[in-house]
Design a protein around this ligand. Structure first.
Ligand code: ATP
Length: 259
């Protein structure tokens, strides 16, 4: 059984046509899947469905135990803006998911510090978020998403607001931490190169449907030099072409093809 099994899911906001229009998708444990598509095609809505924050009108989303997905400590989130609590120190922001359940103890604090250390932020643990750069704040948000060691991490364009160099550093941090922990990831992005760099598999979404899918056969662990190679650019061109084709075809295709 797959880690996550999305079965023929349809979701409609009131008074609108379906925003997610019959999606089937499976994610195996420990894989990183990227969802790419133009603005408004339904990516965030699908991510919220995968988190159990929205319920589909039809179809269902199962986790590996066969249970319907629901929000809980097994799922971590990270959004486009880091959304840190300004009045809390960095370490307390990282510990927030623990604090929502119980009072953090010494082990929790040690864990939070270890995460901050891995992300190069140990020296900032006692600072407030306003003293940190945008990239550092995003790292705090990543540490917070990982503090409960979630089996599934859902990320909605978490690095979109960062400059290119900081973004590529954070992509490497994310890959290293998720590979080490075996975290399964669903990552939403507009950025095709980001999807190719991070993804084991990419789903191209258009008009509420998955119109193409490809397996990314680049070597792991990924290194930034891959970006200059021919295979990397071929994958990017393939995703570009799928997005263009969907736009021109008006998303008539519902078939999911594998590379
Ligand atoms: N709460 C809501 N109520 C009504 N319509 C909504 C709501 N949230 C999103 N929509 C609509 O659903 C469609 C898909 O939105 P969604 O946020 O899932 O797209 P997206 O692909 O993530 O877009 P972006 O890349 O711009 O974030 C859009 O047309 C949007 O206007």
């Amino acid at each position: 059984m797959s880690f996550m099994d999305i079965q023929n899911v349809v979701f409609t906001y009131p008074g609108r046509p379906p925003v997610v229009d019959g999606i089937d998708w499976q994610i195996e444990a420990g894989e990183i899947h990227c969802l790419v598509g133009r603005s408004g095609c339904g990516k965030t809505t699908l991510l919220k469905l995968a988190a159990g924050l929205l319920r589909p009108q039809s179809g269902r989303i199962l986790l590996r135990d066969g249970e319907l997905v629901s929000p809980g400590p097994q799922i971590g989130f990270m959004f486009q803006a880091p959304v840190l609590l300004e009045w809390h120190r960095v370490i307390d922001n990282v510990l927030l998911p623990v604090s929502l359940q119980r009072r953090p103890d010494a082990r929790d604090r040690a864990r939070a510090l270890a995460l901050l250390d891995t992300l190069g932020l140990a020296a900032h643990a006692q600072h407030h978020p306003r003293a940190l750069s945008g990239g550092q704040q995003s790292r705090v948000a990543l540490a917070r998403a990982l503090i409960l060691d979630p089996a599934l991490l859902l990320l909605d364009e978490p690095f979109a607001a960062l400059d290119a160099i900081t973004r590529s550093d954070l992509q490497d941090d994310l890959l290293a931490m998720c590979r080490q922990r075996g975290t399964t990831v669903l990552f939403v992005t507009h950025d095709i190169a980001e999807a190719v760099y991070l993804g084991d598999r990419i789903a191209v979404m258009h008009g509420g449907r998955i119109v193409d899918a490809l397996q990314v056969g680049l070597p792991t662990p990924r290194t930034q030099t891959l970006r200059h190679g021919v295979p990397f650019n071929q994958y990017c061109a393939r995703v570009h072409a799928a997005m263009d084709q969907a736009r021109h075809a008006g998303a008539q295709t519902t078939t999911v093809g594998a590379a």
